[in-house]
Write a protein that binds this ligand. Structure first.
Ligand code: 1CP
Length: 344
């Protein structure tokens, strides 16, 4: 009998003495070995589409820290590119895309089955990783949730308040909802192909869910997540799904049932005590240490890590940060966090 992987146990609802741990953006600029491989690739997108180098950077944090999960190295904005949007990254600023604002722009997107042509190197990375990871390490695939991806496609860049996407929603609901429907359909195919290639778990990142309020949240965050998870479960009933409706606040309550997610990932704006009573009662949760501790370290890092492990310790829990680790983080602080979680 092969012992089941710790991440899969947590996702099956098991409470463990030591929670499994991985970290959002664990392959990233805070690691010197990542910066070296990225320099070799030339730029960020070339790194994403080079299966050998993307495999290498995915493995780097596993080698250095022995995390319980590896997350495929790619980006949520590759899907819009596969649908026909122009995409480039401005150094020091972030992503830029061609924008969609009307029916003609929506109609110009490529048909869903065509996405696999652009995304085939990503599936190759997943296949490489399936063969290369240690037997105890779980491979996580991912995609952006339709709302979050749409905010970038509408604005053409990252925005602090998702203003352009909210404006299109209010001014031309048909185009806005049409775009979300196209993204929902394409995300199902993209994640399904990652699972076929060997992803053992998939995660849906709704990084900007928090700016959807009231019934908008239900329609544009919960609704698409439910549709995607339903379709994935019909095809891949044994593959767990993690949903991350970041900054959902009160809307975290009931998100497991409303979407069918096996695990709900928590940002660090919710307190562990509240989340235990209101969210973990429904199933596995992931999170939620503030990523700033990876910069500042010290006794506060150890104390806060211990408090999170303790608070979530009576139910299924995957230890993680509340958002991605930042480039200014100290790699030694990551080791310290892991040592505390594992009881060192
Ligand atoms: O210069 C570099 O090397 C680029 C930095 C970088 C990295 C390391 C970007 C640009 N993307 C990534 C990888 C990435 N992105 C992963 C890989 C796996 C891992 O976690 O190690 C994942 C899962 C993502 C997901 C992603 N991309 C999200 C959702 C999660 C989140 O952080 O909220 C979002 C919103 C993006 C868009 C994006 N890509 C990159 C940047 C800087 C951004 C944010 C842009 C913005 O809103 O300003």
């Amino acid at each position: 009998m092969v012992r089941q992987k710790t991440i899969l146990k947590a996702l099956a609802g098991e409470t463990q003495d030591v929670p499994p741990i991985w970290m959002m953006r664990q392959a990233g600029r805070y690691l010197p070995e990542y910066r070296a491989t990225r320099a070799e690739a030339g730029d960020f997108l070339s790194l994403c589409y080079n299966s050998d180098l993307a495999t290498e950077v995915t493995l780097q944090p596993i080698r250095r820290y022995g995390f319980d999960a590896a997350i495929l190295f790619a980006d949520i904005l590759l899907l819009p590119q596969a649908l026909g949007a122009d995409l480039w990254f401005v150094t020091g600023e972030g992503p830029r895309l061609s924008t969609i604002s009307d029916q003609a722009g929506l109609d110009a997107l490529k048909p869903t089955p065509d996405i696999h042509e652009t995304l085939s190197p990503i599936y190759q990375t997943v296949r490489n990783l399936s063969g290369a990871l240690p037997s105890e390490t779980t491979l996580i695939g991912f995609a952006g949730a339709p709302w979050t991806v749409a905010t970038y496609m509408i604005a053409g860049r990252g925005t602090p308040d998702q203003g352009p996407a909210h404006a299109l929603k209010d001014e031309n609901r048909t185009v806005f909802e049409g775009l979300l429907a196209r993204l929902t359909e394409a995300t199902i195919e993209y994640l399904s192909a990652q699972i076929d290639a060997g992803a053992e778990v998939v995660k849906l990142f709704d990084s900007w869910a928090g700016s959807l309020k009231g019934s908008d949240f239900d329609r544009y965050a919960t609704g698409p997540a439910r549709q995607i998870i339903e379709a994935l479960k019909a095809r891949h009933p044994d593959t767990p799904v993690i949903a991350f409706p970041r900054e959902a606040g009160d809307k975290y309550v009931g998100f497991h049932q409303a979407t069918g997610a096996d695990c709900v990932a928590l940002d660090n704006s919710v307190s562990p005590g509240w989340a235990v009573a209101n969210v973990q009662k429904d199933g596995c949760v992931q999170g939620n240490l503030a990523s700033s501790h990876m910069v500042t370290g010290g006794e506060a890092l150890a104390q806060e890590t211990r408090a999170i492990v303790k608070a979530f310790g009576n139910g299924p829990h995957i230890f993680n940060l509340g958002h991605g680790i930042t480039p200014d983080a100290d790699p030694d602080n990551v080791q310290r966090m892991i040592d505390v979680v594992r009881g060192g």
